[in-house]
Design a protein. Structure first.
Lengths: 330, 313
């Protein structure tokens, strides 16, 4: 049975060299057949999910060729005319390009910088105090904003910062400072975006560091204590080095996802008045593609973003590996 | 410390469990106090916005519009909630979001298990290639428009499917599930089941899944919250008002209205404007409540899920 179902072996290369690769592939093939015969039900299970990934993740990647074409609906994706890098050249020479890139980069960088250290501080502080109601409630309550939707979080921000009724302007009023239209001024956009994000995610991010802190060998703390180290010294010399690997991974992921910065929030916080700083690549893609229906251009811009993002991730991962000996993949 | 200074004899005589806490040095006690104060401040910063919103939502329309509410309701009133919960648009949004959350989660959890379980099995040929293929989609995507074109070609535009299918499987969730299956289900069980003549699917159904309830809970939670909170897909794929999930309704009411505060002279218009103000606060509470109520009960599981994923990194 096993022999009869075997496929004919791949054609022998004309020049007779060592046929180790061929033998390798043949043995792999036999292994696959063996696995298939015994566990075919497992392969049955993955058919639908794999189809999902092909249809919704990989076909879009192949659809992205329209970035190099002059797409029109009639001729379809493959029938439309090739235009090479025209769309990219148009985008790069567009005066909006510089602004978009600057806005996206600054916002993303600011976000990574601000939201990296605060969860670490929170986790270490929580780790220092005794288990009890206070500790548990701080943990639970700081975690809560993570579950609030972006739409609601942005609405809250807008209401709180509103020039007429918002409590922030009320508070400023007490000091005799005239009301500020925070959302109408482009200069405030980044701060609003970043700090509302910090508000939402700090408790959530701290959880990972809490786990890392719990994983530190208590013997190290004991030894430090016997040597007379104060709490502060133990934090600096035991806790921080202990959570370093985790922190590096989080930072790498953060920088690697920089360019994928949330469309959702920027789009919601955006209005005509703060557009100068709130227009980022993602919102520009949405407007070009779906509002102005320029599919090729929007795809080109999106592709540019994806490629930059991927390069950034690989670069940061490489750097992290060099510096700490640890990257995302071992 | 004191144990070392006393004589061996007295140490023997003493009860070994005698509670004897060594007082921490002064600087450390100060340090703990400082840390506690800092945590209290952080807690306050996190909570105040929430308290402010709730207090406003429970106040009368005129008090809210006059900006008299800070952190405690003024002229306590539930009128805004009454209006919010009687608004057909909002009820419709609630209903739709419920549908998306329930069915989306069912589909997502099923598919996630269907791919994560085989990926957790060592004798699944090609698991590394498949896993790499999945992770690649995390790092690189075709982008908004190419995905939109696929949805369009499939005829899913402006149907409920557009919210249920295109984001059905999260790679992160697959990683979490795979790690769980690989680490928490003993290999011996598989052998025993096979000896008893179970098929792979039977084993999955009768042995693995019953042992994976914590995992299924975590996955379901993550997907429910994703479905409840997301608005982007609905914004892009849906045109029909009747299909809008709650988040889109909220956006239309809460954010798009933000800038057309027209000058209203007529008393009735003024009243409506006042109601609109307090309504916003009530809506925020009403829409976030379901998630915030279940959250304390499931937070621990959620945390576990985050950690399982983090361990594998």
């Amino acid at each position: 049975m096993a022999v009869t179902t075997r496929r004919p072996s791949p054609p022998v290369p004309s020049r007779r060299r060592r046929n180790a690769p061929a033998r390798y592939w043949r043995s792999r093939w036999a292994e696959a057949q063996h696995s298939w015969r015994l566990y075919w039900q497992l392969y049955l299970l993955v058919i639908v999910p794999v189809a999902y990934f092909v249809i919704f993740k990989y076909i879009p990647i192949s659809n992205a060729v329209i970035a190099f074409k002059d797409y029109n609906v009639v001729q379809g994706i493959w029938g439309s005319e090739w235009v090479g890098f025209k769309n990219f050249e148009l985008f790069f020479s567009n005066p909006v390009f510089g602004t978009l890139l600057k806005n996206t980069f600054i916002l993303a960088f600011y976000l990574v910088l601000a939201s990296f250290p605060i969860p670490i501080v929170l986790a270490i502080a929580l780790n220092e105090i005794r288990d009890g109601l206070f500790k548990r409630s701080v943990q639970l309550l700081t975690y809560a904003p993570y579950f609030i939707s972006t739409v609601v979080a942005v609405s809250m921000t807008i209401l709180i910062l509103s020039p007429r009724l918002g409590i922030v302007n009320d508070a400023l009023g007490l000091f005799g400072i005239p009301a500020v239209d925070f959302l109408g001024d482009p200069n405030y956009f980044r701060h609003i975006y970043v700090w509302s994000d910090v508000w939402q995610t700090t408790g959530y991010s701290a959880v990972i560091y809490m786990a890392a802190l719990a994983g530190i060998d208590p013997a190290l703390h004991e030894a430090a204590k016997i040597d007379g180290a104060s709490r502060w010294q133990r934090i600096r010399n035991v806790d921080l080095p202990g959570i370093m690997p985790t922190a590096v991974i989080i930072l790498v992921l953060g920088v690697g996802n920089m360019m994928a910065i949330g469309f959702e929030k920027a789009f919601l916080l955006q209005n005509d008045l703060n557009l100068a700083q709130s227009e980022i690549i993602a919102t520009y893609v949405y407007k070009t593609g779906l509002v102005n229906a320029d599919f090729s251009m929007a795809t080109a811009v999106g592709l540019f973003n994806s490629v930059v993002n991927l390069c950034l991730l690989l670069f940061v991962n490489f750097a992290a590996k060099r510096i700490t000996g640890k990257g995302l993949w071992g | 410390m004191s144990a070392l200074t006393t004589s061996p004899l007295s140490r023997l005589r003493r009860k070994p469990v005698a509670k004897e806490r060594i007082r921490e040095p002064f600087r450390d006690r100060v340090f703990v106090v400082v840390v506690t104060i800092m945590l209290a401040v952080i807690l306050g910063l996190v909570l105040l916005p929430l308290v402010y919103i709730v207090a406003n939502s429970l106040s009368s329309a005129s008090a809210v519009s006059a900006g008299r509410v800070t952190f405690w309701p003024v002229d306590f009133s539930l009128h805004a909630y009454e209006v919010a919960l009687n608004n057909p648009q909002i009820l419709r949004g609630y209903y739709n979001s419920l549908i998306y959350a329930v069915f989306g989660t069912l589909i997502s959890v099923t598919l996630t298990v269907a791919i994560a379980y085989p990926l957790s099995r060592k004798n699944f040929f090609g698991r590394n290639v498949l896993m790499t293929g999945l992770i690649f989609t995390m790092l690189f995507s075709g982008g908004l428009i190419p995905t939109y074109m696929v949805i369009q070609d499939l005829g899913m535009l402006n149907t409920r499917w557009a919210l249920l299918i295109p984001n059905a499987i999260g790679v992160w969730q697959v990683i979490i599930a795979r790690t769980f299956f690989a680490n928490s289900i003993p290999e011996d069980l598989h052998e025993a089941a096979m000896l008893d003549g179970a098929s792979e699917l039977r084993y999955l159904r009768s042995v693995v899944l019953p042992l994976s309830k914590p995992l299924l809970a975590v996955l379901a939670l993550m997907y429910v919250i994703f479905q409840w909170n997301t608005y982007f897909d609905a914004l892009v794929y849906l045109k029909d008002q009747d299909l809008f999930p709650l988040q889109i309704v909220l956006r239309n009411v809460l954010i798009l209205n933000q800038r057309n505060v027209g000058a209203a002279d007529v008393a009735q218009q003024l009243q409506q404007q006042q109601l609109a103000n307090v309504l916003k606060y009530a809506l925020i509470v009403v829409s976030s409540l379901p998630v915030l109520i279940i959250y304390p009960f499931v937070a621990r599981h959620f945390t576990k899920g985050v950690l399982v994923g983090a361990v594998k990194g």
